[in-house]
Design a protein around this ligand. Structure first.
Ligand SMILES: NC(=O)c1ccc[n+]([C@@H]2O[C@H](COP(=O)([O-])OP(=O)(O)OC[C@H]3O[C@@H](n4cnc5c(N)ncnc54)[C@H](OP(=O)(O)O)[C@@H]3O)[C@@H](O)[C@H]2O)c1
Length: 254
């Protein structure tokens, strides 16, 4: 296990029961990190990720977290402090979406708007805030936010989702200022990610358009997002950046 870049690091990956979170958790563990993954309801999926990590000789754990609950976020961080006394990497990957075509304004109720924004934007802020003390106490902490290309151009599953991810892109820049110089804060904005449940919730024409327009002739995979996360958390000279992974310039996803 020598020469592993993340040896002795503790990483928290929210939404580790999901497709992309699972890939990120496995990759960070492969690079030597001890990884805590969270889930809301999909405990079996989270446990399967932890099992995979352990089978591969790594260290993994799972915790339940509904990040719409500020008290739950605080209590998770207290749990981490009590068990490990450290947090080196926070990957704000968890998110929630629902498919509502942009023109269907009346379908996007205040309740749905709040659910999307609380999960996708307020949650990452509260996690960063709650984890700040531990992240800043180490020798170089990292936050990686998983956003969406829909946060850059108006498209993807709903106006609320697209707006929440635009907010997350800017939250990345704000936190990069707020948490410097101890913590680097960066962001990955995937376009369509193949073989994920979230991509399956996109209308067929949106997914087909993203594939057709990508100049590289293919869109991203979960492993591409995981690899970029590893790149960010092993660098000490990048902060406040958002990298788009979408197969190259597919235009807008609508
Ligand atoms: N897949 C794509 O094509 C795509 C494209 C662009 C951006 N992204 C972004 O990539 C990230 C991962 O997406 P994915 O495809 O892996 O999605 P996914 O498979 O649907 O996973 C979503 C994860 O978020 C968790 N989650 C949902 N609501 C939550 C809440 N209130 N509190 C805490 N956790 C919650 C889920 O937990 P449970 O499983 O336990 O419910 C699950 O672990 C998201 O930020 C997403 O917006 C994905």
């Amino acid at each position: 296990m020598a020469n592993l870049p993340l040896k002795n690091k503790l990483a928290l990956v929210t939404g580790g029961s999901g497709d992309i979170g699972a890939a990120i958790a496995r990759r960070l563990a492969q690079a030597g990190a001890e990884v805590v993954v969270t889930y809301v309801g999909a405990k079996d999926s989270a446990e399967a990720v932890v099992h995979d990590i352990q089978q591969a000789g790594g260290q993994g754990h799972c915790r339940q977290l509904d990040q719409r609950e500020p008290a739950a976020i605080e209590s998770l961080m207290q749990d981490i402090e009590a068990h490990w006394q450290q947090l080196d990497i926070l990957v704000n990957n968890a998110a929630w979406n629902i498919g509502i075509p942009f023109p269907n304004l009346d379908e996007l109720t205040a309740e749905l708007w709040d659910r999307v924004l609380e999960t996708n934007l307020r949650g990452p802020f509260l996690l960063a805030r709650a984890g700040a003390k531990l992240l800043q106490a180490g020798v170089g902490g990292h936050i990686v936010n998983i956003s969406s290309a829909g946060g850059i151009s108006p498209g993807s599953s709903s106006i609320a989702y697209s707006s929440s991810k635009a907010g997350l892109n800017h939250l990345t820049r704000c936190l990069a200022v707020a948490m410097a110089p101890k913590v680097a804060v960066n962001c990955i904005a995937p376009g369509l990610v193949e073989n994920t449940r979230m991509a399956q919730r996109l209308p067929d024409n949106v997914a087909a358009g993203a594939r057709r327009q990508a100049v590289l002739g293919l869109v991203g995979q979960a492993d591409d997002i995981a690899e970029q996360t590893l790149t960010f958390v092993t660098s000490r000279s990048i902060s406040g950046q958002t990298v788009v992974i979408d197969g190259g310039m597919p235009g807008v996803m609508r």
